[in-house]
Every structure is written in structure tokens, then in C-alpha cells.
Design a protein around this ligand. Sequence first.
Ligand code: SF4
Ligand code: SF4
Length: 150
Amino acid sequence: MTTRLRNRFWELPLNQLRPAEWEALCDGCGKCCLNKLEDEETGEIAFTRVACRLLDGETCRCGQYDIRLQFVPECIVLTLKNIGDVAYFMPATCAYRLRFDGQPLPDWHPLLTGDPESVHEAGQSVRGWTVPEFEVPEEDWEDYVIEGDL
Ligand code: SF4
Ligand code: SF4
């Protein structure tokens, strides 16, 4: 069975996307697989270079995407229902966050370039600069905080 993606489907409102289109919206950056720290007082979110144990730091893909919740139950499965609650702590460039906010996709997005490598070539992915979480104890994550927006 083939699943047809509509022409320029990414310009449609999120609530009009078909399941396969929703999946295809992801740019493959891997930024959402970085561990985050939340300031208890201000609620501010800081991303760290410490990546989820299932993230492949080179491909920026989840090593067990289809069964990831068996290994990482806290992994958030983005849906139309929860995007409103979680968009604020997604990376600023996340395609779901951008479209939720009514913003266009950036010009380096693979859907626009037709090349899955373009997200990496534009320096917008986590390729090559993450550390696996099993190498860094949680109390040291603060040392790996990334300054500024992602
Ligand atoms: S389980 Fe997979 S998709 Fe979820 S945060 Fe980890 S690497 Fe990312
Ligand atoms: S941040 Fe958004 S676009 Fe990037 S990998 Fe995660 S879900 Fe996909």
C-alpha cells in the first residue's frame, strides 16, 4: 500500500494533515531528543548536549523509533492533541512548533530542499555534538547546557 502525501501538505494547518504527512513533517534534526533542564522557579527550559540513550548522534535518528516507548517511556509522542501543551519546550526550529505557531518551514527543511541531508548541512541538527546520557550522570547535565535558542 502506498501513502500519498499531498503536494505542499506542510502548508496546511496541522489539523488537516494525514498521519503519514504528520510523520513526514519532522525535519530529522534530533534536537527534541536532547535532555532538557527546567528552572524550577522561572520555568525556563535549557537544552543540554546530553542526548537520549536511543539517539544516534550521527544520523540524528531514534535507534528504536517504532518501539521506543518500551525503552524510554518518557519520550513524548507528538500529536495534534498534545502539541499545544508541549510546543513551548520544543526547539524553536521544530517543524511542528513552527506550524503550530502558523510559521512557514525554514528553507533548509528537507521537505523544501528534497534532500534529507539539508538539515545537517545547514547546521540545524545535532549531528556530531551530542554526548550519550549513559556517559554523563544527571547531576552533571548542567555542565552541558547549550546557551541560547536551538
Ligand atoms: S526515545 Fe527516540 S525519539 Fe524519543 S527522545 Fe529518545 S531518541 Fe528521541
Ligand atoms: S525537533 Fe521537531 S522537527 Fe526536529 S526531530 Fe524533533 S520533532 Fe522532528
